[in-house]
Design a protein around this ligand. Structure first.
Ligand code: ZN
Length: 262
């Protein structure tokens, strides 16, 4: 019998410097001593993901982001909230176990999320040696870069600060939401032409780039949404994990961007 705990132990054994003392990558609910019946990998364990997991007969969800809307999943402040209560009750009723795979997957060599994104974009060959997230793509313009992102990631709309014709050859792939300071530093320290991000602080990074352009610098910011900037990393996880647990069905569930445009 293979337990849920055994699956997680196999994953952590692949991560340098693991186990970490302080990490958000812990069980959020469920019982790791249960036999694993199937695994779902996803960017976030949304209600839709929970319902599909039950239909698949799986009982382990491996998620990149929190299930209960707070980084460390402190939930006291949500105790009386009906959305929190109903989601928690659904997880308990269907005996689902949720484990977060955030810190460890980013520490994998190379970073599992960025590798999955670069595979989806067919950009692995552009990664600069000895960097985690810097790419060099000769002859790229901002318009071409955005067109490639829209096509490969099925994005209907991409928000941009920049001039479509500007040269966009040095690209920092800053997935997720690492913070405005970090995004701005990538422009100077790595001499990036473009930062591709999930989320940004509009008052901070967007205004820095607007000023940089006004002062004659070749800089641009491309905002593709947090989920779309990272979820291919959880897609890649399903094929990375399958050979380690060949008898267990693994399903990747894409959730896409929660935001639509009207
Ligand atoms: Zn991430």
């Amino acid at each position: 019998m293979r337990t849920i705990q055994n699956v997680i132990d196999l994953i952590i054994a692949e991560i340098p410097d693991a186990p970490l003392e302080d990490t958000v990558d812990v069980f959020k609910c469920g019982d790791p001593t249960q036999e694993v019946t199937g695994i779902v990998t996803t960017f976030t364990a949304t209600m839709d993901v929970l319902r599909k997991t039950v239909k698949l007969g799986a009982n382990l969800i491996i998620t990149h982001e929190p299930t209960f809307y707070e980084h460390r999943e402190r939930t006291e402040w949500l105790a009386d909230d009906p959305v929190f209560q109903a989601k928690r009750a659904f997880l308990e009723e269907h005996k689902l176990t949720v484990w977060r795979f955030h810190d460890y997957w980013h520490r994998h060599q190379p970073d599992g999320i960025i590798t999955g994104m670069l595979k989806a974009l067919a950009w692995e060959k552009y990664r600069l040696p000895d960097t985690r997230a810097m790419l060099a793509i000769p002859g790229m313009t901002l318009a071409n870069l955005v067109a490639a992102l829209k096509e490969k990631l099925a994005l209907p709309v991409v928000r941009v600060v920049g001039n479509p014709q500007q040269s966009s050859e040095r690209i920092a792939m800053l997935v997720g939401s690492p913070g405005g300071d970090f995004q701005i530093m990538a422009f100077q320290q790595w001499n990036a032409d473009v930062v591709i991000c999930g989320e940004t602080s509009e008052w901070q990074t967007c205004e820095y780039v607007r000023d940089a352009i006004a002062l004659g610098h070749n800089k641009a910011l491309v905002i593709i949404g947090h989920a779309k900037s990272e979820e291919e990393g959880m897609h890649y996880l399903s094929s990375w994990l399958q050979p380690k647990v060949p008898e267990v069905p693994i399903t990747y569930l894409a959730i896409g961007d929660p935001i639509t445009t009207l």
